[in-house]
Ligand binder design. Structure first.
Ligand code: GLC
Length: 704
């Protein structure tokens, strides 16, 4: 319909004139966020709407946020400022002004929703205090391949249900700090090798059952934004993939927030395929006009973008903080320590070597990681801490020994009062001849990884591997050997038989030193569980090149394994991994009682049968056996799949009844014919486990 020019001018003038903030209809807090968003959108000019649809780095570059969109002062809309990353606010201009938190995979090892909530709230507060409006995190991709360079960032580990549950308190906590969260990278960004062009070829049922659930969990928690990834899915770019974005994410999974692209991940004007906002700058989206895109499409994207900011309070309490603020604090470092403590995994503890006593102890602390520790991964998710207290000093403090100067290998200090002595050796020092004087050798090793490339192997550096073989080979009647590993994911541990106790803290963040020391000496009883399998050898799952990293110069990675990676692969092929998914020991012990099944509810008594307080993560797995096939593809069923878990903190002799009620969704498969979840009718085996291979009881549930 053509408006007369005069009328068009009046309409434009009325819509374009300033509106008092207090009288602006979209400032009515009695309306819903989406109603307020629609009202604001209705007052925008075409140019103002377009300004929402792509980043304009220059508008924010003076403030050095990694992206965002400028505000619309006339309509009292503040600029929307985005920043990395999934484990804390990354400030390249002021490194050290924010806290380097444990990474996503690290806190996932807690298997504890309260830990996840505390992590999200603390990170979200620092984003707000830095003046941001969006945290570009959490990362939630499922760890399909052990060498993926960004596994450390992702809180799902190798299991979709673990990610589905753990992501929810994180989203809720971040957004509770007036920060819109961003679940990334949607979808199947499961490798860094050739990430900018690889096509990850995944069938629909595998996507729904193995890769979508962490995003679905984020959606159920109300996540405001999702980031589409660089790769292709089934030969279509992720950020213009009508099937995954529009059909699966927005229609089938019901996502009501907005999709932003990864930085530079667009290849066309794909707003009609489901992308709402192009980041960091316009490559294609500035072509949007009523000539190129139907108005209702533009309006829908603008409303999707605005709604989350009304939800978290950006309009009602504009964030006036500056990026120049220093927002880390001793209180936050303490929180980071507790997060790391609760995520530390005790992989092995022969003869209860750990915890150590705090007196009459002659210890050798070996490895440069003890002096100059690596505590985070690399890339856009990297957060550089102001400082990291060396574990060597944490150990000295715990033993009341003057802090040893770690710049000199072989340096030591003693405390005659409690007969403790700490000697430090860096990674390149061979064991001295008189090592038998030591009661304990504590070895520290690290390896890390980064965005942009996958790990070349699952081992430590040659220098550290040599150190490990030399020092772990030492023997002595009372000589005990303890190993502390900081890693970005799975590693190989061929020398483990020569080591009495092994602790793993993944990418532990800046408070690593005190955290691991509190665990070593028993001030904290470790309760972490592996969120991914540790293999016996490289590529133990025998992925072909066409599966990973892909054929045609890595252009095509085809997921022919379907469900069967991680523990599902080990179960199917009856291979025992080095350390299983869900594995983690304690300084106490737990017994499991009889499994009771009553309809959809399964329960079992758990008792702390040891002498110290501890926490146990009770895991519920469900399997339908290979004889039962579901859906038109008649695919093999995994032996068991994680469908429930809970972390119970118990005093000695205390008993709790662990109870889980399985939902239809827990017992369903994605039916590619009906395009809905269909119940797996038949006999389900219920496994109660302390890990995926440490099964303490089973039962049968008739699903109908
Ligand atoms: C990067 C990453 C993404 C990050 C973005 C902004 O390439 O893939 O995770 O948030 O660009 O730095």
């Amino acid at each position: 319909m053509k408006l007369p020019l005069a009328l068009l001018f009046i309409v434009t003038y009325v819509t374009a004139k300033d509106i008092d903030k207090e009288n602006a209809p979209w400032m009515n807090i009695n309306l819903s966020p989406s109603q307020r968003a629609r009202l604001l959108m209705s007052h925008m000019t075409g140019e103002e709407k377009r300004s929402m649809l792509y980043g304009t780095g220059d508008a924010l570059s003076t403030q050095k946020y990694v992206g965002g969109v400028p505000g619309i002062p006339r309509l009292h809309m503040p600029p929307l400022k985005y920043n990395d990353g999934p484990q804390g606010f990354r400030d390249n201009a002021m490194p050290g002004s924010t806290t380097a938190w444990p990474s996503g995979l690290t806190v996932a090892a807690s298997w504890d929703t309260t830990t996840m909530e505390n992590w999200g709230a603390a990170m979200g507060k620092e984003f707000f205090d830095k003046g941001a409006n969006v945290q570009l995190g959490p990362g939630v991709c499922v760890a399909r391949v052990p060498k993926n360079g960004r596994n450390f960032e992702y809180l799902s580990g190798e299991d979709p249900h673990l990610g589905y549950i753990l992501v929810q308190p994180v989203i809720d906590a971040i957004q509770g700090q007036q920060i819109v969260a961003n679940a990334k990278h949607y979808v199947n960004n499961n490798q860094e090798t050739n990430r900018h062009f690889v096509s990850e070829n995944v069938d629909e049922r595998t996507r729904f059952e193995m890769y979508y659930p962490p995003f679905k969990g984020a959606i159920e928690a109300g996540v405001g934004s999702i980031m589409c990834s660089y790769n292709k899915i089934n030969h279509v770019w992720s950020c213009e993939n009508n099937s995954t974005l529009l059909t699966d994410l927005k229609i089938r999974m019901g996502f009501k927030g907005y999709v932003m692209s990864d930085w530079g991940a667009t290849h066309s004007l794909s707003i009609e395929q489901g992308l709402d906002q192009e980041m960091p700058l316009n490559k294609s989206f500035n072509q949007i006009s009523l000539k190129t895109v139907p108005e209702h499409i533009i309006d829908d994207s603008v409303v999707r973008i605005l709604t989350p900011f009304f939800s978290v309070g950006t309009f009602d309490n504009p964030n006036s903080n500056q990026i120049s603020n220093n927002v880390t604090s001793l209180e936050h470092v303490e929180i980071a320590r507790k997060l790391s403590e609760n995520s530390t995994i005790l992989l092995k503890n022969e003869e209860q070597v750990l915890p150590l006593l705090k007196h009459n102890l002659q210890i050798a602390v070996v490895g440069t990681q003890a002096w100059n520790p690596v505590v985070h991964g690399g890339g856009s998710g990297e957060v550089v801490p102001a400082w990291v207290k060396p574990p060597l000093w944490s150990l000295c403090d715990m033993l009341n020994v003057d802090r040893v100067d770690g710049t000199t290998s072989g340096s030591y200090n003693c405390n005659a009062g409690n007969n403790n002595c700490v000697t430090y050796y860096n990674s390149s020092t061979n064991p001295p001849p008189n090592t038998l004087k030591y009661d304990v050798i504590i070895l520290f090793v690290e390896t890390t990884s980064s965005e942009g490339h996958d790990r070349t192997n699952l081992t430590f550096s040659p220098e550290q591997e040599e150190m490990l073989s030399k020092w772990s080979g030492l023997t002595g009647k009372n000589l005990k050997k303890v190993l502390i590993m900081s890693t970005p994911g799975a590693v190989l541990t061929p020398w483990s038989d020569d080591i009495d106790s092994i602790l793993l803290n993944f990418m532990p963040g800046q408070a690593m030193g005190d955290a691991i020391t509190n665990v070593i000496f028993g001030d904290v009883n470790p309760s972490g569980k592996l969120p991914l399998t540790f293999p016996n050898k490289e590529n133990e799952q025998l992925m072909t090149e066409s599966q990973y990293p892909g054929l045609d110069n890595a252009g095509n990675a085809t997921y022919t394994e379907g469900f069967f990676f991680g523990y599902r692969w080990y179960d199917k092929h009856k291979v025992t991994p080095k350390y299983s998914f869900g594995h983690g020991l304690s300084y106490t012990t737990f017994s499991y009682g009889k499994i009771l099944i009553n309809g959809r509810t399964v329960s079992c008594d758990i008792t702390n049968t040891g002498k110290v307080n501890g926490a146990e993560v009770v895991q519920i797995y469900v399997g339908f056996g290979n004889n039962q096939k579901f859906g038109s593809e008649h695919r093999d069923e995994p032996v068991k799949q994680l469908k429930g878990f809970e972390k119970y903190y118990l005093n000695p002799t205390e008993t709790v009844t662990a109870t889980f009620t399985l939902t239809d969704r827990d017992l369903s498969y994605w039916n590619i014919d009906s395009k809905q979840w269909s119940l797996k009718v038949g006999k389900a085996v219920i496994f109660f486990g302390s890990s995926s291979t440490d099964i303490r009881g089973t039962g049968v549930m008739n699903v109908e």
